[in-house]
Design a protein. Sequence first.
Length: 749
Amino acid sequence: MTKIKTAVSSVNHAPGFLHPTINETRWRPEREIFLSWCGIVFTLFACAVVGWEQYSLFSQQLDLALWGDIAEHLLFASIVAVLIYGSLVYQITRLGYLKRRQQHRPITGAALDSIFTDRTDTRSLTLLVPSYKEERRIILQTVMSAALQEYPNRRVVLLIDNPPTPTDAADIAQLAEARALPSYITTLLASAASNYKAALAAFVVREGVAPLDITKESARLAQLWRQAAEWFEAQASEYRISDHTDRLYVDKVLKLRAISHRKQAQGLLACLDNGEPLSAPLIANHYHKLATLFDCNVSSFERKRYENLSHEPNKAMNLNSYIALVGKSFRERVTAQACFLDQVSAAEAELAFPESTYFVTLDADSILLPEYALRLIHIMEQPGNERIAVAQTPYSAIPGSPSELERIAGATTDMQYIIHQGFTHHNATYWVGANALLRHQALKEIAVTAEERGYSVQRFIQDRTVIEDTESSVDLAARGWTLYNYPERLAYSATPPDFGSLRIQRRHWANGGLIILPKLLGYLFKAPHHKIIEGLLRTHYLISIAAVNVGLLILLAFPFTDSVNSLWLPLSALPYFILYGRDLVLCGYKPSDLLRVYALNLLMIPVNIGGVLKSIQQGITGKQIPFGRTPKVAGRTAAAPLYIVAAYMLFIQWVIGASFDLHEGHVAHAVFAALNATLLLYGIRAFIGYKEGCEDIMASLVKAPSHAALSVKEIPLPSNFAALSARLNNASANERVSNTQVIAKRYGT
């Protein structure tokens, strides 16, 4: 395992200055580690017993030359081995996660605040938010969570990937809102920042002309921190909450900061009451920290406006296009055909893209807690951690969903958090793309230059597959870089609320692992020492979707002969289900949700197989599969009829198979098939809906009109930009469309 240094500073700190963190009090690492070891030992023992039983049977079949039985036996054994492999991977990563929890000590507030002490620190951070046809509310929450990061030298860039010249009225309005939003947020933050910048300037003057009055300075700081808390409280009270995502944004981005800043003010006043005012260096530190609270430039960039930048329709190239421009200067060149971006000297430049030490990539449906960047950069900057390329906290599901499907799909996300934390224990971390802190130097080392439409483009993040972050993880590891998961929940991401959008997301996840596998094996075989567990974990991550789903289909389709039946086979899976169910409860879910998760996984079999077949198609043809974006829209996304029909066909097949099994005397297989059929039917009802499924199938048979008629209601547009933005935030979609032309004229569509 690669050792990651997490030294904690011993700087003295006044009381009340601790930063809020998420405390998962239900976990007891010592007890859970013991249970994990029990599960692993029992699984291995059951495997040994099954192996001994099956070896004896296999030897008899071989002696009798029963080639058909031998083939069946080998197929069955291979499937069982894959399933047990997955069970052990979960238990091993769970054990690694628990050990990391046990060893983890949160970085103190004093250590984090040390970055504000060094006035010569030139490390810069750029937070990139790739966006494609997102709702204004979604973008606002994500960009605000990025802009309000507790890091001094930061900037946020919204990478708008909408078509730059739309013709549809709704698309025009949506693009206008996306373009207007960065200016609105910059103006909002600048008005708040001016007071604190003025306070810092006044302090610097006082500091230079006379000895500081420590008592008065502490009182001033307490007042400033209280004002900051009031600003966040006002933003929270004015924000209209319509769903659980809004609630998370208000609670974790706004109210959390208000609580933190009130504690700062109370701590200062407590020190004064106790006759222990802060030292002069700490007072200066506070003024500088206050001056950076709202000091963030928020801008936007649209690569598709420029003919000589990549137009590939995927998130990776949206990010790559911007990263390739960083540290350089450009001028726009407009011709009769298109607009070009030409690199020029700084003196000739119209556009400059400041250098950045770090990037944060943040999907437009994700939310960061305030300390995300500060904590991860602190880890990256520790001596010995110079080769960490990616630091992240695997995202958690946004809690509180009213949708059963979103809640259960979110449960699988929270279980993945445990797995990914365990990966880091064995140096097998994969970059999960919803949020990540990237070291610019590492990206430069894996960059490749390619040609697109006759223009040279750089690829820092691979876009050969739709799981671009996974392949880039292998590229970084192959060049000696490390990836790291920070063991706290500091990021949340939206879960698709319906089967239609979940189908797009999960097929996206299933597509690409087999294509990346040869590159991973090449990396592992080049230096195999000390990589056995890493190799097993990394390989399972790439092949599990294909192997498990295909294997389960075969197990349910064919009643293997009784000669391969063993009581120890189901017992070998028992620790996995017990520990998985236990972890669901520890993460706040119900015990019965274990069956719901299993039902959802059964429903996803056709979806996962579809993604795997796309990988095979790309491997055979060499033609890249188009990037499928997960819809993030109000209302229900229609599901593809193919996957609804496939779910019903599986149910019918398993029911008929169970009937035949009973007739033939294969009772165990009949029970297995009937149980899975029952859970699948529950999944169809709960996660798709009988009525909704029929509607989606029927809708696919009827040709829809090219453009739906919009019922438009005019609303008066305020002349004030902030008022307009507030009105847009509360307006309906139709109201926004009705004002498209005015918005476009005023804000430059």
